[in-house]
Design a protein around this ligand. Structure first.
Ligand code: TRP
Length: 345
């Protein structure tokens, strides 16, 4: 009897849904990058079958110094490990190690319209910013990204607001290809991160702007690898408002941002933060946020230096990651080539 009941409640375990996400190895990671992306990557590992990539092929759509790109790719890989991406649970690989990405890019390019790529706001922004290098790769960037996702038959893709349009395009291309050639790809859904920690992290010196390494004021941007005392100092000088109340409210951009950050690193709800800081000044609050962030990031900093110094281990991880990724991606490429009518070798 007991068994039957249990079976009714626990049918055969379903296949975990698959997640794909990528991060560019450009520059030092900020607290904003971390809270907006990698921290979620770690959290998703138990519930989903996760595939994560350091997308160095996307990076060369803007001019990169080759030695620097190579170094940053390895650093990004080490940092992902340090942030808790577990290579036993998830696949973590470097995009250029899996040739299927370049191959998918071509085939999918032929199923993507010039017009739809022309509408991409990121292309418009980036071509304005890099007017001296509006290369074809910058234009077809979203096709490469669609390939990343579709090659792994991802069900869900965690993306920030700035990548939503690209994910929409990936869905459109997948549906179009499926309609034309028969079911080939899973059509991916966006993963909307919960408000806590998923939200946009703003600059500490101008909370109406996104936290960015190009912030004019160096105190506006916190880096994952900043020393604890540096982090605490940056938070101490965070711009707030002229009221006195630690409360999440419209118009209180600075405090809202600090509360979001504090909630993300401690797990406290906005209500409980408000209660805890009732009657206390902004000075106390900023000190607490700085300390909490410093404490949260300390082990990541330590792990990062350790991974980066263990070259053989790092190599072993990214080789294995590439093999695992390749096995899945190759199956999709074979299917795509067959569907479009390429002769098998
Ligand atoms: N374009 C993404 C960014 O700049 C990175 C990226 C590349 C990505 N391929 C992806 C994100 C696939 C999600 C899924 O943030």
């Amino acid at each position: 009897m007991e068994n039957i009941e249990q079976n009714a409640q626990n049918p055969i375990p379903e296949r975990k849904k698959r997640i794909f996400s990528g991060i560019q190895p450009t520059g030092v990671f900020t607290l904003g990058n971390y809270l907006g992306a990698i921290k979620n990557w770690k959290a998703l590992q138990d519930e989903y079958d996760c595939i994560y990539s350091i997308v160095n092929m996307h990076a060369i759509t803007v001019r990169q110094d080759p030695a620097e790109l190579r170094k940053r790719t390895l650093e990004s890989y080490a940092l992902a490990l340090a942030c808790g991406i577990d290579p036993e649970k998830s696949i973590l690989f470097i995009q250029s190690h899996v040739p299927a990405h370049a191959e998918a890019n071509w085939v999918l390019s032929c199923s993507t319209q010039f017009g739809e790529l022309s509408r991409m706001t990121q292309f418009k922004d980036k071509s304005a910013k890099h007017a001296d290098n509006i290369n074809a790769g910058l234009f077809t960037y979203p096709v490469l990204m669609a390939g990343d996702i579709l090659l792994y038959q991802a069900d869900v893709v965690p993306v920030g607001v700035d990548q939503k349009q690209h994910l929409e395009l990936a869905r459109d291309v997948a549906e179009r290809f499926n309609n034309l050639y028969g079911k080939t790809f899973t059509v991916p859904e966006p993963y909307i991160a919960s408000s806590r920690g998923g939200g946009k992290i703003m600059s500490l010196s101008d909370p109406t702007k996104k936290m960015s390494k190009s912030d004019e004021n160096p105190k506006g941007c916190v880096y994952i690898l900043d020393e604890p005392n540096v982090i605490i100092k940056k938070f101490k000088s965070a711009v707030t408002d002229s009221d006195m109340e630690v409360a999440y409210r419209e118009g209180k951009d600075g405090i809202n941002n600090l509360m979001t950050i504090y909630g993300a690193v401690t797990g406290f709800s906005m209500d409980s933060i408000e209660r805890d800081f009732e009657g206390k000044g902004y000075g106390d609050f900023k000190k607490s946020v700085g300390e909490a962030v410093a404490e949260h990031l300390a082990p990541i900093r330590e792990n990062y230096s350790r991974y980066l110094s263990e070259k053989a281990y790092l190599e072993d991880c990214y080789r294995k990651g590439a093999e695992q990724a390749e096995r899945i991606a190759q199956r999709t490429i074979d299917k795509m080539y067959k569907k479009v009518g390429f002769v098998a070798r």
